[in-house]
Design a protein around this ligand. Structure first.
Ligand code: ADP
Length: 673
């Protein structure tokens, strides 16, 4: 039993194909994780890296607490079940299941007991003497599972194990594998391209596309809160309906305008998390609604459907059709199918009918027309509002505050602009005051809807903040983004800073001295062994061997050795890197690591001003009120460092510790450590 941790895992094949990008997940012990996605998205590659059948290009893989990147597959304590059962045809079921244990020289009795136990669990006890060819596909897959089971692995890896089985058997085996997982209480990682398999089996699902993780979540969250259009379309059958629309808000109503002229009206409250820029009828938006969240209505709804096909499934009925408002323009010739409606059986709908379609307002999805990312995040990444300049002040969120010099410089002559405010940039304080309209608990956090005119400003607040009260707050000015129309006037300041530099290795001969305590322990052990050796009945051979080892350790513990040191070399300044990271660089990049340039990244908080360090010239100081930054140049490179409010100076020395640096390849987007 063990958990797994994948830390920024990448796979670049020898032909340069990047099959897996920055895959990170913490898998808890006993979880049932499913990797799902269309063919070629990198599921098997990831599984094979976990199994040790494929070299990891960059990143760390932990099984339990052990880093296993370089551990042989057989020593990883995992078992893998493949789509092709890979059974030995000339062996019986028993022999097939016992094979691995025999190779590991388990005693006969133990092997028998383990095989019988597994066979019982999988209901194949009666077939132990048969050869695989005399068994059905489902039974063969059980043998393959049994062969994995007898090894008591810490982690089970299953690669499309059911795809060779027919639909009925697949459904049955799904349930059995789920039961097996419960019974064994072991970590399972299961690869499939079948979303139904993923939804029914996984405790958490990783949805992948073209080598990138799209979303990691529980089945219900994937269904209810898909992060983007891809996940929304991949999860659920029949597929979610998508329409290109624009959104126009008028007071409490948002009109969803379809390309074909149809239009729906939704209450603003049901889509209030969508940023106001999307509600002006201009931006391209994708509207998503699942077939089961549509109804056939006998009242006009604004959306109608010309029925082009009807499928009766017994308990439910799937209606396919084409949306269009103008009935007389529709001919069955262009019988498209741009809408699917799932209703319970009993409704009389026939091909050729025109029906009104009603949308379940609580189940609508909207995605950005370009990026296809959801516009309805549970915690909106930012709210936007309008700011006005008057005199030397800024009118923002109903308050007047002093216009910061940094803002003044960024906005130039503009008198009115937009401000994007992320929820975490709103902190208790006194500059602003807004009424709390609603508080919602989201993922353990409290999200307040603050009334900003007829829009909402979303803030993360303490649990004591209640609906109806006034909330006083300050803004973290450095986290705001200033915009005019679609132009960025001022970017928010991020958490990270990066510097381009080289990577160097130095070899030194160094005296290695063991800590006194450890050396004393060795010396005591040596004395003990020597005394033991004097005794008449001593096992002289064994003792001499142990003494030899101890003497070697004592010698090495006090000797001169070759030691490697690794450095980030930035503008002639060397920052020593942890040895393990130095070796990682070597193993990922080979000898090219000494020729290439790299991007060293660290959190700004790790850059300290010091007496010794990287030389930097101060260009200017930016005072954001809540915090000040010095914009400095290191050679040609510019970066921002945190300074005191009253900082004055022309040059700085920056102290950055090697342990705080991560490094990225500059030619492909890949984090090496
Ligand atoms: P999946 O399991 O999701 O179908 P894979 O992990 O098998 O996808 O493959 C991911 C991508 O990597 C695919 O584009 C595939 O063509 C490519 N790929 C797989 N194996 C190799 C290889 N040995 N050399 C080069 N490219 C490979």
């Amino acid at each position: 039993m063990a958990g797994l941790k994948l830390n920024h895992i990448y796979k670049v094949y020898d032909n340069g194909h990047k099959a897996v990008n920055d895959f990170s997940i913490d898998i808890k012990d006993k979880e049932f994780i499913v990797f799902v996605g269309p063919s070629g998205c990198g599921k098997s590659t990831t599984l094979r890296m976990i199994a040790g059948l494929e070299q990891i290009t960059a990143g760390d893989l932990f099984i339990g607490d052990t880093l296993v990147n370089d551990v042989e597959p057989k020593d990883r304590d995992i078992a893998m079940v493949f789509q092709s059962y890979a059974l030995y045809p000339h062996m019986t079921v028993f022999e097939n299941m016992a094979f691995g244990l025999r190779n590991r020289h388990y005693p006969k009795e133990v092997i028998k007991q383990k095989v019988l136990e597994a066979a019982k669990m999988l209901d194949i006890e009666d077939y132990l003497d048969r050869k695989p060819k005399a068994m059905s596909g489902g039974q063969r897959q059980r043998v393959a599972l049994g062969r994995a089971l007898v090894r008591d692995p810490k982690v089970f890896l299953l690669d499309e194990p059911l795809s060779n089985l027919d639909a009925k058997l697949r459904a049955q085996m799904r349930t059995e594998i789920t039961k097996l997982h419960k019974k064994l209480a072991t970590t399972f990682i299961y690869v499939t391209h079948d979303q139904v398999e993923a939804m029914t089996m996984g405790t958490r699902i990783v949805v992948m596309k073209l080598g990138y993780v799209q979303q990691i979540d529980t089945p219900m969250n994937l269904y209810n809160e898909p992060y983007n259009k891809f996940v929304a379309g991949f999860i659920g059958t029949p597929q979610m309906n998508f329409f290109n629309v624009t959104l126009l808000r008028e007071k409490d109503v948002v009109e969803v305008r379809f390309e074909d002229g149809s239009s729906l009206k939704l209450p603003y409250e049901s889509v209030s998390k969508i940023h106001r820029d999307y509600l002006k009828g201009e931006k391209k938006v994708i509207f998503g609604i699942r077939p089961e969240h549509l109804e056939v209505s006998n009242k006009e709804t604004g959306l109608s459907c010309h029925v082009t096909a009807v499928e009766h499934l017994g308990n439910e009925c799937i209606i396919y059709g084409q949306t269009s408002v103008k009935d007389d323009e529709f001919t069955m010739k262009d019988e498209g199918k741009n809408i699917i409606i799932k209703v319970t059986e009993g409704l009389k709908v026939e091909v050729g009918d025109v029906v009104h379609v009603k949308v379940n307002e609580d189940k609508v999805h909207f995605f950005d027309g370009e990026s296809e990312v959801t516009l309805m995040e549970k915690i909106p990444s930012y709210s936007n509002t309008v700011a006005k300049v008057s005199g030397g002040n800024l009118e923002l969120l109903g308050s007047k505050v002093k216009l910061l010099d940094v803002f003044k410089e960024a906005i130039g002559k503009e008198k009115e602009f937009n401000v994007e405010i992320p929820p975490y940039a709103i902190v208790p304080g006194s500059d602003y005051k807004l009424k709390v309209k609603k508080v919602e608990k989201v993922d353990g956090k409290y999200l307040a809807y603050l009334a900003d005119g007829d829009h909402y400003l979303f803030a993360l607040v303490g649990r004591d903040v209640k609906e109806g009260q006034s909330y006083s707050f300050d803004l973290l000015n450095d986290k705001l983004k200033l915009m005019k129309d679609n132009k960025v006037l001022l970017e928010p300041i991020g958490e990270e800073e990066s510097l381009i530099g080289r990577f160097v290795k130095e070899e030194k001969r160094e005296k290695v001295e063991l800590p006194e305590e450890e050396m004393n322990e060795l010396l005591t052990k040596k004395a003990e062994l020597t005394a033991e050796l004097e005794k008449e009945d001593a096992d002289k051979k064994a003792l001499k061997q142990q003494l030899k080892e101890i003497n070697f350790q004592i010698k090495m513990g006090n000797s001169v050795q070759r030691v490697f040191h690794f450095f980030a070399l930035i503008n002639e300044h060397k920052i020593e890197l942890p040895v393990a990271n130095g070796y990682k660089m070597n193993s990922v990049e080979g000898n090219d690591c000494y020729k290439n340039e790299y991007r060293y990244v660290t959190n700004r908080k790790n850059i300290h001003l010091a007496k010794e360090g990287l030389d930097a010239k101060v260009n200017k100081v930016l005072d954001y009120g809540n915090v000040s930054y010095a914009e400095v140049s290191v050679d040609e490179q510019k970066l921002l460092v945190l300074v005191d409010k009253d900082f004055k100076g022309e040059s700085l020395k920056l102290d950055i510790k090697g342990k705080d640096l991560s490094v990225w390849s500059t030619d492909i987007d890949m984090m090496i450590f």
